[in-house]
Ligand binder design. Structure first.
Ligand SMILES: O=c1ccn([C@@H]2O[C@H](COP(=O)(O)O)[C@@H](O)[C@H]2O)c(=O)[nH]1
Length: 241
């Protein structure tokens, strides 16, 4: 059975490009992709101007800053992000309960001061670039899936709205946490696409069937000979999964 949410609402373009190129690419694929993800490179270079530039194109902005600091610092940063009217904001689950609660509080308060809807705060569990060996080397015990589940439980209990995880972990997180957390999966690679630095990548159809709400795609669209055709093909795969 196909998912009732249109594919466009389930796709985010990772705009990890110079701003002018990111805006131009988003405009071309906007018919298939509702969210533009502003990440570290764009935000370090352009700050809030990068957010407003995508908002002017009609994009819902996913501000992927992966905040990870002491609670007071994260609360202040999340409040500034909330005030920008972003739809989604990321923090690292490994920042711990007090930091996660501070992020949610800050994001809601910042949005309220500007009359915006509060962003969904998403906690990054285990980066999709980490292999099982990397996960062991950074000191997590067990498998990436086990570590993702422990971090996810901590983050959801602290009040975040959703999680960032590999498509490989989405099904287990749905079993553990039910249908309500918003699950966002980067590490999306259409069949045959270059994996690059993504160690725990899967196809769009795999992510949808595993229970992902939002799929993040960057290089498979940027690097395609025809980015619009690539975005359309991913949207069709999402619709028919
Ligand atoms: O665990 C994570 C968390 C965030 N990301 C971000 O998603 C995109 C993926 O881009 P691709 O070019 O499709 O690999 C990128 O902006 C990352 O910062 C992630 O990949 N994994």
């Amino acid at each position: 059975m196909s998912n009732p949410i249109p594919a466009r609402e389930r796709l985010a373009l990772a705009a990890d490009l110079p701003l002018d190129q990111g805006l131009s690419l988003y405009s071309r694929v906007a018919e298939h992709v509702a969210f533009a993800k502003v990440g570290l490179s764009l935000f370090v270079e352009h700050g809030p101007a990068a957010v407003s530039a995508f908002q002017k194109l009609g994009a819902r902005v996913f501000l992927d800053l992966k905040l990870h600091d002491i609670p007071n610092t994260v609360e202040l940063a999340a409040a500034r992000a909330g005030a920008l009217g972003v739809a989604l904001l990321t923090v690292h689950a490994a920042g711990g309960e007090a930091m996660l609660k501070a992020a949610v509080r800050g994001a809601r308060e910042g949005a309220r001061t500007q009359g915006h809807a509060p962003p969904r705060v998403l906690a990054v569990t285990v980066l999709t670039s980490l292999s099982a060996e990397d996960v062991a080397a950074v000191g997590f015990s067990g498998t990436p899936e086990g570590a993702a589940q422990r971090l996810a439980r901590l983050a959801i209990d602290a009040g975040v709205d959703g999680l960032v995880c590999s498509p490989r972990e989405a099904e287990g997180l749905r079993r553990l946490l039910g249908s309500s957390p918003f699950l966002c999966t980067p590490g999306i690679r259409p069949a045959g696409a270059e994996k690059g630095d993504q160690a725990r990548a899967e196809t769009p159809a795999f992510a949808v069937r595993a229970g992902a709400d939002l799929l993040v795609v960057g290089r498979p669209v940027h690097a395609a000979a025809d980015p619009v055709a690539a975005a359309r093909a991913i949207a069709e795969e999402v619709s028919s999964a």
